[in-house]
Ligand binder design. Structure first.
Ligand code: E4P
Length: 219
């Protein structure tokens, strides 16, 4: 399983990119809106210049034709742009046309394996099941990721399972065990993944022992 960063914040992207573990980015209208007044196209271009990998950018139109037009206007921003389209009948019509043109599409707001199968049938490159939002309503988000991964594997479907709406480090491991191809994680969760008190304690001890050795040997 590889990691994408779920943010539109350039500082977070720069810092996380320097850690060497981020293979792509997902944005959505809420995340871009959080960045305040930005020129949308330039902002997305800046994101693509920081992380060398797929960058999902969501369309805002709700009808098939306008979705396709919007997607076609976003694709030239960078060869790494992946078009994010919501799971609706109109959306799947757009996925069919765009995927036949060679555009990579990430179908977002997936909450069931049935929806994932429809997205794959339309030609999606990625499906994004929203783990945290399912948990929020008392359902089993990780279970849905596992069911989708299992069905795709049994049916030999090449669409990638991109676990989204990740809320904490345990979700990351659970999604990996469930067979997700990608986890898109918020900056805060990515940072949490690095830490363990025994790692910090171990580093402190190694450095202290080395300092003691140098003192004892007059260095
Ligand atoms: C995925 O692509 C979405 O941007 C994101 O993971 C949604 O997460 P949320 O439920 O925390 O808003």
């Amino acid at each position: 399983m590889i990691f994408f960063l779920d943010t539109a914040n350039l500082d977070e992207l720069r810092e996380a990119a320097s850690w060497g573990v981020v293979s792509g980015v997902t944005t959505n209208p809420s995340l871009v809106a959080r960045e305040g007044k930005v020129d949308f196209g330039s902002h997305i271009r800046a994101v693509t210049e920081i992380v060398d990998g797929p960058v999902s950018v969501e369309v805002l139109s709700m009808e098939t034709g306008p979705m396709i037009e919007e997607a076609r206007s976003l694709v030239p921003i960078s060869p790494n742009v992946v078009i994010k389209i919501p799971m609706t009948p109109a959306g799947m019509g757009a996925v069919k046309v765009l995927s036949s043109e060679g555009v990579a599409v990430n179908v977002t707001l997936i909450f069931t394996p049935q929806q994932a199968l429809l997205a794959a049938a339309a030609g999606a490159a990625y499906v994004s099941p929203f783990v945290g939002r399912l948990d929020d309503i008392g359902e089993d988000g990780v279970g849905v990721v596992g069911d989708i991964a299992q069905v795709f594997s049994m049916q030999d479907i090449g669409t990638k399972v991109l676990a989204a709406s990740i809320r904490h480090p345990a979700h990351v491991v659970q999604c990996a065990l469930a067979g997700a191809d990608v986890a898109t994680v918020p900056f805060k969760v990515l940072k949490q993944l690095f830490h363990h008190p025994l790692t910090d304690k171990g580093i402190e001890k190694f450095l202290a022992d080395w300092e003691g050795y140098n003192k004892n040997h007059g260095r």
